[in-house]
Design a binder for this molecule. Sequence first.
Ligand code: GLP
Length: 241
Amino acid sequence: MNIKIFETSEQLDNYAAELYVNLIASKPNAVLGMATGSTPIGIYDKIIESYKNKKVSFSGVTTYNLDEYVGLTPDNDQSYAYFMNKHLFSHIDIPQEQTHLPNGIAENMEEECRRYDALIASSPADIQLLGLGHNGHIGFNEPDDNLSFGTHIVKLQEETRDANARFFSSIEEVPTHALTMGVGSIMKAKTILLVVRGSDKARIVKEALTGPITTKVPASLLQTHQQVIVLLDREAGRMLG
Ligand code: GLP
């Protein structure tokens, strides 16, 4: 694993954005695995800045998002589809039909999972961006005795609903289920870019990167991937030796 610890969040954002700009310069039809949550927002802001400065075009890029809440329509401002439009897609030149998320309001969830898996299989990600949950989840792959390979529906842990409640007006509004790419699909990405910020995640960062590889800490599986880049701010990296 290639672990980089940055003094400031802005340095981290600049580094990550440059990575994307360079990737797309060398491969204009790059496939990007995208993530939501508060962690990637600064990176998306810098990517938008690079686009506005004409350093990069997304016209040939395809994106696949990790996950989506079950029951939220794309125009619901808490859905991840809405998040992606707000924080990235509406500011860059990516054609809408080249952006993909699981459909949280599909009539048949099983079919939706298979549809999404087939799409991902048709174009594996060049780089998959990941945040990290406090319990070690990636996407919405929660700690469990078993993890799923492909896209599936998950019941969110109360800890995860609590953590994400800050985006909603009350905890009751936080969906109980989500659709998420499985760890198998995540691990197929050529490069994985794990980004973590804040001292509240320092313990789980240490566990995921240096502890035993276990389904109880889904991010620990990343230790078995050949090409992982980890970007941490100083606080998130403070427990690493
Ligand atoms: C959510 C998302 C994850 C994200 C995690 C951490 O549960 N499904 O993809 O990594 O939250 O979010 P944050 O970056 O806001 O701490």
